[in-house]
Design a binder for this molecule. Structure first.
Ligand SMILES: [Zn+2]
Length: 190
């Protein structure tokens, strides 16, 4: 299963590792090894971190806290205190270290440092009054993303993941409608 990094923020991408949250959640992080793969795939995080069961549990609890707070922002309601405590507590831990060299940026740190980085990133987004957080317009996706487009006109979390599916569904619906209005093909099922 491929991870999607379309939310505009790594912490929101972490929250997006559970899809279809309302009807039949799909969790892409089933085991510590999945988290290790996710960290390796996420830009700006170390290539290799070891996730033990306790670290994995912390990551999942941070993930759910970030999702809850992001949803609070989307709905314009006060932040959930328990989730705030998780994000703030995680952000209080020393974070990743970065080193610039001719080969680029070398990012290093262990899993707690990674989670601290993600918590700080979430805090920065959630504190920004100009950050436009939205839930994806494809019903059932439930991913929350940061809309950085001009005029904040994005409707879907990412075109590949959702926009094309919505457009294809609308196209099929129009075709069905025009087929129903026109001559039916004998024996046709469309
Ligand atoms: Zn989506």
């Amino acid at each position: 299963m491929n991870f999607a990094f379309v939310s505009g923020d790594p912490a929101l991408d972490l929250a997006g590792t559970v899809g279809s949250r309302r009807d039949g959640p799909v969790d892409l992080l089933a085991a510590p090894a999945d988290l290790e793969r996710w960290v390796a795939a996420c830009e700006g995080l170390p290539d290799r971190v070891a996730a033990d069961p306790a670290g994995f549990a912390s990551a999942l609890s941070l993930r759910e806290a970030v999702y809850r707070l992001a949803l609070d922002r989307v709905h314009g309601r006060p932040f959930d205190p328990g989730s705030l405590a998780i994000v703030n507590g995680t952000a209080a831990v020393p974070t990743l270290s970065v080193e610039l060299g001719d080969a680029g940026l070398c990012v290093s740190g262990d899993l707690p440092a990674v989670l601290s980085h993600l918590a700080r990133s979430a805090a920065a987004v959630l504190a920004d009054p100009h950050a436009c957080l939205k839930e994806c317009g494809r019903s059932g996706c439930t991913r929350v993303y940061l809309d950085r487009s001009r005029g904040a006109r994005r409707t879907w979390c990412g075109m590949d993941a959702c926009g094309n599916r919505v457009k294809a569904a609308a196209y099929r619906a129009r075709r069905r409608a025009s087929t129903a209005a026109g001559n039916r093909v004998p024996g046709g099922t469309a």
